[in-house]
Design a protein around this ligand. Structure first.
Ligand code: NAD
Length: 476
């Protein structure tokens, strides 16, 4: 089997296929080729061949192609969203938002295409200099399964607008939406070889991409351990890497918070995408003066969440991404219960019964009285489990917030600007929200500190990160 996207072959080892399974039903919905080193090599070659002509176009011309692609994606968002729900599990309304998010990001970078510029520096009698901003060449991009469309846009759009070509590797469990989106960009007029998708396993296709001498830059989103491995692999050839890794975001609810808004923010922040989001609220700290009321209202809200197949109307939360993910959450909760490391207020078990048995559903879970050594506080928990801890003062909240190797996002819920400022200046996180959590518009740079990554996506900064500078010195 040979698929062609943008002129490059997509995976294609003739006999090897990987099933794509709907996590809500356990049914195989499609198969994609399991790529090998051969397909990576082929795709890198196609991207290399396409590079000079693509980089030679005016940036605004590249931007126009992305605008066209975004318009087609908007036109077809319903079908794309259904496909995304079927392969990934999130409720249809969230899948629609994610597909629209793909179009938003394309449009954002398309609009910035006219701003790509170098510099002129006058050096007095010594001469003049021109600083050129140039694309790298072939970039490799690797993404996880939790937001296949949005994360694809975060990499593809700035890289292509800047004049690079790309080999893109989706997660093995969620390749279908990415393949369809790449076909749409193809249809919008992307020349052959500019964007290539290779499906396959991370240890094979992903590693081959990172090692490949024809790839000039790597942008990776995924688990921190994989990110560390990738950085090591890439350092052999001095490839620049952008790493967007895990998080253990704290949410601090201060005593003056609007409780209703904070409860809604916590529910969305933790249970969106069944808790499988890098910037999900993973630890919640609430001021003890409002703790009791807050926890009561939070529990009521969590109990009303409708869990089910994302294609069914009114569903708030879908399944976990698959059996391994549900097993991980199950083991973690069993350990917590067996060791008496917390009090489970609601949930704490896989969902069983009609509509649930064939899929990978887990009940939305709230835990209080959490022991400091529980994995809920020491690890990144990628599932619908929220630990809530009452804190006596801001110093304690900030101390807990920073007590993690991650530093992706953090939020504080307050109307007191001095509290907000204190949290922003003392909590080590790439993004700090006030009275919000999760929202990441394309306009603001997003990237983690500590083990949450290096480099930024979004904003004008991401566009620059897909370029390098070269100087021309003219001596008179
Ligand atoms: P993962 O690291 O297992 O996989 C991510 C991608 O890397 C997949 O495409 C996978 O096939 C590939 N891969 C796996 N091993 C590889 C290797 N040795 N070499 C090259 N590629 C390899 O991560 P996951 O479990 O799929 O995703 C969840 C993680 O992603 C969480 O930690 C989450 O916080 C993080 N994440 C971060 C962001 C962010 O922007 N910071 C966004 C979404 C998810």
């Amino acid at each position: 089997m040979k698929m062609r996207i943008g002129g490059a072959e997509v995976a294609g080892a003739d006999e090897r296929w990987m099933p794509v399974v709907n996590p809500a039903t356990g049914e195989e919905i499609d198969r994609v080729p399991e790529g090998t080193l051969y397909e990576v090599d082929d795709a890198v070659k196609a991207a290399g061949d396409a590079f000079s002509s693509w980089a030679g176009r005016a940036p605004r011309e590249r931007g126009l192609l992305l605008f066209r692609g975004a318009a087609l994606v908007r036109e077809r968002h319903e079908n794309l969203a259904r496909l995304l729900t079927m392969e990934q599990g999130k409720p249809l309304k969230d899948a629609v938002d994610e597909v629209r998010g793909f179009a938003n990001v394309l449009e954002y970078y398309a609009a910035l295409s006219g701003s790509l510029a170098g510099e002129y520096i006058h050096l007095g009698k010594a001469g003049d200099a021109v600083v050129a901003r140039e694309p790298f060449g072939v970039c490799g991009a690797i993404v996880p399964w939790n937001m296949p469309a949005l994360l694809m846009a975060w990499k593809v759009a700035p890289a292509l607008v800047a004049g690079n070509t790309m080999v893109f590797k989706p997660a093995s469990t969620t390749p279908l939406t990415s393949i369809r989106l790449a076909h749409i960009l193809d249809e919008a007029g992307l020349p052959p070889g500019v964007l290539n998708v290779v499906t396959g396993r991370g240890e094979v296709v992903g590693e081959a991409l990172v090692r490949h001498p024809g790839v000039q830059k790597i942008s990776f989103t995924g688990d921190a351990e994989t990110g560390l491995q990738i950085q090591e692999l890439a350092s052999g050839s001095l490839k620049p890497v952008t790493l967007e890794l895990g998080g253990s975001d704290p949410m601090i609810v201060w005593k003056d918070a609007d409780i209703e808004k904070a409860v809604a923010g916590a529910v969305r922040g933790r249970f969106y995408n069944a808790g499988q989001t890098c910037t999900a609220v993973k630890r919640l700290f609430v001021h003890q003066s409002i703790g009791e009321e807050f926890v009561r209202r939070l529990m009521e809200a969590v109990r009303t969440l409708k869990v089910g197949n994302g294609l069914s109307p009114g569903v708030d939360m879908g399944p976990l991404s698959g059996a391994p993910q549900r097993e991980r959450i199950g083991t973690l909760m069993e350990t917590l219960k067996n060791r008496g490391q917390g009090k489970v207020l609601t949930g704490g078990m896989p969902l069983k019964g009609p509509g649930y048995d064939a899929g990978y559903f887990y009940a939305p879970t709230l835990v209080t009285d959490v022991h400091p050594e529980s994995a809920l506080l020491t690890k990144e928990v990628f599932g619908p489990v929220l630990p809530v801890i009452c804190i006596p003062d801001l110093d304690t909240a900030i101390m807990h917030a920073n007590n993690t190797r991650f530093g992706l996002g953090a939020s504080v819920w307050t109307h007191d600007l001095s509290v907000a400022r204190e949290v922003f200046s003392r909590v080590r996180a790439g993004v700090v929200w006030v009275n919000r959590h999760l929202t990441l518009p394309p306009d603001i740079p997003f990237g983690g500190v500590k083990t949450s990554g290096i480099g930024s996506e979004n904003g004008t900064q991401a566009l620059s990160s897909y370029t390098r500078l070269r100087s021309l010195y003219i001596g008179w």
